[in-house]
Design a binder for this molecule. Structure first.
Ligand SMILES: [Fe+2]
Ligand SMILES: [Fe+2]
Length: 258
């Protein structure tokens, strides 16, 4: 299947099955002209709720309660589905990006589809169906600003996915603390994959930036106006995950004080 057709189908899908469609072979012979969705089509019960309705995640001390853990997992599953759709949008929006960049985004998208599936499975074990709780617009609010590959990697790989290098282990540790090893190992898998997704963004930042502009400046200049460097980390920073993703110490130190 052509990457363009695949991405278009994902964004137009009104079933979860179609959102998670993963063709065995992808080709990229006809990336076409840029195509933008103002919003993804969603299954009837999975529409994007407005931010004002967004509720806070259950605090860590309540993670002993399985229902509260399920609320966390449902929210994270929603983030994964948004990642799938934002990556599909990037494939449609940047037909002229280097083919290797497009292949990398397509590969990451498939891993995000895998993440949605992992969360669905775990939620089902906990008696929850994905989509039965509200799903939020969240990351999609930033999509209008993702106008070039550099802006895409700055927000997606180097901010949202980068922050998950902290949040995934933080939640995993909390779930493990309350004896939920299945949810903890799911978070460990996400953490592991996320390191590669951040690494993708970091490598392409080097390739796409102006040679004379420092990486940090390129990143901050390409962030959407709604984002600040602080959004790229949790309240406890996992430096070793960033090192594994290839980030230099200088960047890590700077992020720490942002
Ligand atoms: Fe993911
Ligand atoms: Fe990711």
């Amino acid at each position: 299947m052509e990457i363009r057709e695949w991405a278009e189908r994902i964004l137009s899908a009104d079933t979860l099955e179609e959102k998670l469609l993963a063709p065995e072979a992808l080709t990229d012979r006809k990336p076409g002209s840029p195509l933008l969705f103002s919003e993804p089509v969603r299954p009837a019960h999975m529409g994007l709720a407005k931010r004002s309705r967004e509720e806070k995640l259950p605090p860590f001390q309540e993670h002993g309660n399985s229902d509260k853990r399920a609320v966390c997992l449902h929210r994270f599953a929603g983030h994964e589905l948004l990642a799938v759709e934002i990556m599909a949008q990037a494939l449609l929006a940047f037909p002229e990006a280097p083919p290797a960049f497009r292949r990398g985004v397509a590969h990451t998208l498939m891993e995000e589809q895998g993440h949605v599936q992992l969360y669905c499975k775990r939620l089902a074990e906990m008696g929850v169906q994905f989509g039965q709780m509200p799903l939020y617009r969240h990351f999609w609010n930033h999509v209008p600003y993702l106008t070039c590959p550099l802006r895409y990697i700055s927000a997606m790989s180097l901010t949202f996915e980068m922050a998950n290098l902290d949040f995934a282990p933080l939640y995993g540790k909390s779930f493990a603390h309350f004896g939920d090893t299945a949810s903890a190992s799911l978070m460990a898998q996400i953490e592991k994959d996320e390191i590669h997704h951040v690494s993708f963004g970091w490598r392409w930042l080097q390739k796409l930036k102006q040679p004379e502009t420092p990486a940090w400046d390129t990143w901050t200049e390409h962030l959407s106006p709604k984002l600040t460097p602080k959004r790229a980390r949790g309240f406890v920073m996992h430096e070793e995950n960033r090192r594994k993703a290839g980030l230099p110490d200088e960047w890590i130190e700077r992020l720490k004080i942002s």
